[in-house]
Design a protein around this ligand. Structure first.
Ligand code: ZN
Length: 285
């Protein structure tokens, strides 16, 4: 099947040329073709790797801060409050915000899209998940080979002595300290969550591993990422340069839509469950 046939939603007939009903039917058929095409690519691939962004966690109730009008981020500018300079200048203010973020993330549960990726790995069809998310939902869903390129809320560390505490311990410290700043038991320095703040570089070992996975991938399945935040946004390029296919499942446009072999624009849970369904059907080839 040609890549262009698999593109859903992009080929709209001229207004009025088709009845709305025909149009809807055509869209559904295109959606099915895209799912079948991606299932076929996954079956044929030696290595499949997933790259996920904020969009995969939206159905779990975690808003993407790039979408206006949602939750915590509506009241503050994340690039200012979640910045390494803000942490260093005023840890109490930083933790006033980040403690609330911990509390909002800790009750969230993985959704069907996280579950499909964990299931593909269990079946030996997926080599790993690279995520920009810090919410721990992939590991809660059961993904084992996980590269968290922006870190995660699972631990917080002392920048002076390197001592690390787990999320539950960090939350207990936040609650116990009068100023709400969790501090290192060793040197009393404020702890920092092990997430990549604005103004910080990505952890090099994680990024090197992500790049290695993308270079070796026959299929890179990008889910819920706008592919706009560098350097992660550049990860599909080595896959493409080595002859692999890039599949993009996200609602908004991405700068890499032009190189995508498969482009899906539906709800991420429905699209990935649809791909799993297509894999469960006998191979038509
Ligand atoms: Zn310390």
């Amino acid at each position: 099947m040609a890549g262009a046939e698999a593109i859903t939603g992009a080929q709209r007939a001229p207004e009025g040329a088709l009845a709305a009903q025909d149009h809807a039917r055509e869209e559904l058929a295109a959606q099915d073709r895209a799912r079948e095409h991606l299932a076929a690519l996954i079956r044929e691939a030696g290595s499949v790797v997933a790259l996920t962004g904020a969009g995969i966690s939206v159905p779990s109730g975690i808003p993407d801060f790039r979408s206006p009008g949602t939750g915590l981020w509506e009241r503050m500018d994340p690039t200012e409050v979640a910045h390494i300079d803000a942490f260093r200048a005023d840890p109490a203010r930083f933790w006033g915000f980040y403690g609330e973020r911990f509390a909002s993330l800790i009750e969230k549960r993985p959704n069907g899209a996280h579950a499909v990726l964990a299931e593909l790995e269990r079946r030996g069809l997926l080599d790993g998940v690279i995520t920009q998310n810090v919410d721990m939902l992939h590991r809660r869903a059961g993904t084992r080979e996980l590269v968290e390129v922006h870190g995660s809320i699972a631990t917080s560390s002392c920048l002076v002595c390197g001592r690390t505490v787990a999320l539950a311990a960090a939350r207990a410290l936040i609650a116990a300290e009068p100023d709400g700043v969790p501090r290192c038991a060793e040197c009393r320095e404020p702890l920092k969550p092990d997430v990549v703040l604005f103004g910080e570089l990505l952890p090099q070992p994680a990024f090197a591993r992500a790049r290695e996975l993308c270079e070796g991938a026959d299929v890179l399945l990008c889910v819920g990422s706008s592919l706009e935040v560098h350097p992660v946004a550049g990860l599909p390029l080595p896959t493409r340069e080595r002859g692999g296919a890039v599949a993009i499942v996200t609602q908004g446009p991405t700068p890499l839509d032009g190189i995508a072999a498969v482009r899906m624009r539906g709800d991420v849970v429905a699209e990935l469950e649809g791909v799993l369904g297509a894999l469960d059907r006998p191979d038509p080839a």
